[in-house]
Design a protein around this ligand. Structure first.
Ligand code: AMP
Length: 285
């Protein structure tokens, strides 16, 4: 595994690979790797000749009162884990090298940013889309791999790539969970043991929704009421940020589960803000 800090050298290595005919896959991350990140790297390595990983805690996607400073970091452990997962190149740039002091260009996809996380984090996806576009320009990857844990982010990146004719194939990969169902996240490190014990209920609530749909309850209002009650009962210490049923591509609310609808949620649990989602299928498989 080659580790690199310098933006210019990173760009050069990636270009040489592409121009020599190799297929490259980029996995953008903020580090503090868990199995979710590593599953993306393994996939990248299996789908391409070279697996490129970026590790950058991107300040422009954090709001003023969010956890930018506290975000967990462990570059040494991350490098070892990335190497084991098959990464060939790990790009860990310095803040000042990524954004020029007079950086002024932003990529926004407003229709897909109006709901879910975009509502409570109004500048978040602008920061995400901009850094991902910058990373695409630096790495010129054949493909880029993202987790469905951040479903809205994935939808926004796919839309950006289509709208701007970016020459990269975007791949979404399934959510990796702990054995008790909690979606893996670097932010799970913020949970106290007690909160960690309760946290799987976030996923349990989404499974409750799937059971409702299977029983014929398909109206968004009823599903959301059912899951909210489940949370009030089973996760009373959590503070619900949102629980919405949306179209999986357009990220706009839907009235009922027809073919497929995405039930997505965010909850504050102690210091952590946890997100999770589940694709609900109206037609039984
Ligand atoms: P992050 O470091 O949190 O910005 O995440 C980097 C990438 O890993 C994103 O594409 C995330 O969607 C993905 N990711 C994070 N957690 C998981 C998970 N539990 N399962 C699958 N992918 C994940």
């Amino acid at each position: 595994l080659q580790m690199i800090k310098d933006k210019g050298s990173f760009q050069q290595i990636c270009r040489v690979w592409r121009f020599s005919g190799l297929k490259t896959a980029l996995v953008p991350t903020m580090g503090y790797f868990h199995q979710g990140h590593l599953s993306l790297m393994s996939y990248a390595k299996s789908a391409a000749d070279k697996c490129i990983v970026s590790l950058f805690v991107n300040p422009t996607q954090f709001g003023p009162n969010e956890d930018l400073e506290a975000y967990p970091r462990d570059h040494e452990r991350d490098a070892e884990a990335a190497e084991r997962a098959g990464a060939d190149l790990l790009f860990i740039p310095e803040h000042g090298d990524v954004y020029a002091p007079d950086h002024a260009t932003w990529i926004e996809v407003p229709p897909l940013s109006a709901h879910l996380c975009g509502k409570s984090r109004p500048t978040h996806f602008r920061g995400v889309a901009t850094i991902v576009a910058k990373l695409f320009n630096l790495a010129t990857p054949s493909l880029a791999v993202f987790g469905q844990k951040d479903w809205q982010q994935l939808a926004i990146i796919k839309k950006m790539v289509r709208d701007l004719d970016m020459a990269v194939q975007v791949v979404g990969r399934p959510i990796i969970r702990e054995e008790d169902g909690l979606a893996m996240s670097s932010r799970n490190a913020y949970l106290t043991p007690e909160e960690r014990k309760a946290a799987p209920m976030l996923h349990q609530g989404l499974l409750e929704a799937q059971r409702l749909v299977e029983r014929g309850v398909v109206q968004a209002r009823e599903i959301i009421r059912g899951v909210s009650e489940f949370y009030a009962e089973n996760l009373p210490q959590g503070e619900l940020d949102y629980l919405e049923l949306v179209d999986p591509d357009r990220i706009e609310p839907v009235q009922k589960v027809e073919n497929q609808a995405l039930l997505a949620t965010a909850m504050r649990l102690g210091r952590a803000r946890l997100i999770d989602n589940l694709l609900l299928s109206g037609t039984r498989a």
